[in-house]
Design a binder for this molecule. Sequence first.
Ligand code: NAG
Ligand code: NAG
Ligand code: NAG
Ligand code: NAG
Ligand code: CA
Ligand code: CA
Length: 587
Amino acid sequence: MQPLQLPIVFICLLALGQACQDSASTTTTKDWWENAQFYQIYPRSFMDSDGDGIGDLNGITSKLEYLKELGVTAAWLSPIFKSPMVDFGYDISDFFDIQPEYGTLEDFRNLIKKANELELKIILDFVPNHSSDENEWFKKSVKREKGYQDYYVWHDGKVNASTGVREPPSNWLQAFRGSAWEWVEERQQYYLHQFAVQQADLNYRNPDVVAQMKRVLRYWLNEGVAGFRCDAVPVLFEVEPDENGQYPDEGLSGLTDDVDNRNYLKNELIENRPETIDMSYQWRTVMDDYQRIHGGETRVLLIETYAPPAYTMQFYGNRSVEGAHLPFNFNLITVPASSGVSAGSIKTAVDNWLLNMPSGRTANWVIGNHDQRRAASRYGVANTDAMNMLVMILPGASVTYQGEELGMTDGWISWEDTQDPAACNANEDTYEEFTRDPSRTPFQWTSDTNAGFSTAAKTWLPLASDYETVNVAMESAASKSHLTIYKSLIELRKGSKTLQNGATKYAVLNEEAFVVKRYLSGYPIIVYVANLGNASLTVDLQEFDTTLASSLTMEISSLDSQKTEGALIEVSSIALSAGEALVLTSI
Ligand SMILES: *[C@@H]1O[C@H](CO)[C@@H](O)[C@H](O)[C@H]1NC(C)=O
Ligand SMILES: *[C@@H]1O[C@H](CO)[C@@H](O)[C@H](O)[C@H]1NC(C)=O
Ligand SMILES: *[C@@H]1O[C@H](CO)[C@@H](O)[C@H](O)[C@H]1NC(C)=O
Ligand SMILES: CC(=O)N[C@H]1CO[C@H](CO)[C@@H](O)[C@@H]1O
Ligand SMILES: [Ca+2]
Ligand SMILES: [Ca+2]
């Protein structure tokens, strides 16, 4: 046997080399999620079917054809489960039922049925860290009912030696300002809540909780969902109490003087614990077991994590264990947010993922969600197409937050209309610093009343002011719009082996241009170049890659670009106005 093993080892080593990887990957068929276009629906703001001003399931079902037309692979829905809506569905009072204002289980089954007909996949949001304080589990836990005593993280707190007053167990802070501990008179203990007071952290050191949450996953897999996007995963586990049964205090971060702001503390004891990684591997096993038993296509596990690369990358799994299919990559959000939008910050964001990702794993790119200001507002309206192009040209899967395909911008929400708990816990002068409402305004379908979102007199959040010009109807009718560009991009990726399987090279040119080359032997080269600066510039792509042909064909250009589709472009001198972005090919 010994001699036979040698060639196998040799082949594996060769496969690590670039050339070998190229030829090997042309013959590999990718699984559906590896080049997927995921689309995040925020159900409350997508489409209102019954005129109460709130989006709902039947509304989503009525618009699935729109997603199909876009070319989306899978839609993930922010939570649709029963909830008092303190954190708009991220506070779940029944993990096995639908929020009545969104519809019924029957409506959900119709949604799945329609999605199946259209060959669209539906992914649900899994919110594992906490439940609503109105959940039966919590009520039973408060009463110390058998089997539920330790469902949540309870603690007596500490008695202050000098005042004799009871104080929270530790200085930990919640995400929406203030202490992470809440006293319950009835049980005479504090419970932990890393988010709002009404979002009690489940106790993952209790095997019953672990089993219960796997039941939740299987329940919705049985309803036909294609997988889950797991919410707020890094906060799943906290440090264990010390030998005296006390929780240690977090150290100060030095980042802010605001003692109620979570960033005041280092948050090393309540985030990014090693046990959390293992739990994600267990959920992956639930997905794989389900497929093995029931057949069908891969059920995916996508994970939300804003964490340093060394932690985030572990979610992929390791050599012996499979983890999440995709730990979400928020680098394109976080890096430009801290260092400004520029070609340099985009390169850093791409480096941070691709240079840290374990080999054989699939990358992914996210530029927005319902917690961030809208992409067009953050990167600048001029960069809308440049960013939509980037996430679809880079290797792997990409994620669109509803409205990014239209270039929707933030709505302005007055203090009176403010809904988000992160803002309501602040005050009239400071709420805009914390609010997430501006990116949650209703989706813009038409130029009509309420942008065609609802027939109500008042929608749950007001519309963004640009709806009369930025909407599906106008952009579909236009010969060129953010929407038509977005569609062309998806179409290009669907038909391009180079984008699906090819290698990637990228660089910053002239300080403000970002350029990406995708290549695969035997297939056309694809080059993306975008001017992310504020002034015109002229780039020489041969400076980036001397092997490029002297001219390439213009495939897709940003909205204001004057270059026409099909034109031959001299790569040694491409003039780009601010925000101009091009996708070029070698055919
Ligand atoms: C005890 O209470 C006093 C007065 O409020 C406060 O200054 C002190 O920090 C408390 N001690 C601890 C250990 O929390
Ligand atoms: C992979 O992860 C598992 C589960 O966390 C762990 O037990 C194992 O040691 C890890 N293996 C490697 C090679 O890192
Ligand atoms: C472009 O201008 C905007 C607004 O003035 C500014 O915030 C941004 O930093 C500028 N970008 C670059 C790359 O200079
Ligand atoms: C992007 C995202 O899903 N954010 C959610 C993270 O979790 C908290 C608490 O569940 C929510 O408030 C966020 O909206
Ligand atoms: Ca409704
Ligand atoms: Ca937790």
